[in-house]
Design a protein around this ligand. Structure first.
Ligand code: DQA
Length: 151
């Protein structure tokens, strides 16, 4: 079972970028922690980052072929990218939206996610713990678990 970890724009700067909001760990450190958890869960992960909306669309399309679920931090595109929303809706595998910061406790323009209505779920404000929880949920959903507890 493979899970795509997809990081959107500016997340390549993690560690140096507004550390009081996004934390001190860089993307490589976050990906390493995810890889450790993945090994424990018995799944493989592929980690990708892009600053480009179209490339993120392409990576989501590829995930439909190569992966069973996606953990996705769309960065600022969260708040306005209908192209990414449509890609998430189109690919037919569970996508879990993650934000390091609590987008509901910040500027008004961050409080809306156009991705959330088509995502399997959203985790916001828990830093790297949110990514780790999202990976657990992605593995469970990819394995056919019904997280609503109905099966
Ligand atoms: C973010 C929140 C977004 O509003 C912001 O544009 C980001 C990061 C987060 O992880 O908290 O780039 O997605």
């Amino acid at each position: 079972m493979n899970i795509l970890i997809l990081h959107g724009p500016n997340l390549n700067l993690l560690g140096r970028r507004e550390p009081s909001i996004y934390g001190k760990q860089n993307l490589e450190q976050i990906n390493e922690k995810l890889a450790l958890l993945a090994a424990g869960l018995g799944v493989t992960i592929t980690c990708r980052q892009s600053n480009h909306e179209g490339e993120l669309v392409d990576l989501l399309h590829q995930a439909a072929v190569n992966s069973h679920a996606v953990v996705f931090n769309p960065g600022a595109y969260t708040h306005y990218s209908i192209a990414l929303r449509d890609a998430v809706a189109a690919i037919g595998i569970p996508v879990i939206e993650v934000h390091l910061s609590n987008i509901f406790a910040r500027e008004d323009f961050r409080r809306q996610s156009v991705i959330a209505p088509v995502a399997a779920g959203q985790i916001s404000g828990l830093g790297i713990l949110g990514y780790l929880a999202a990976l657990r949920a992605a593995a469970a959903l990819a394995g056919g678990e019904d997280l609503a507890g109905e099966s």
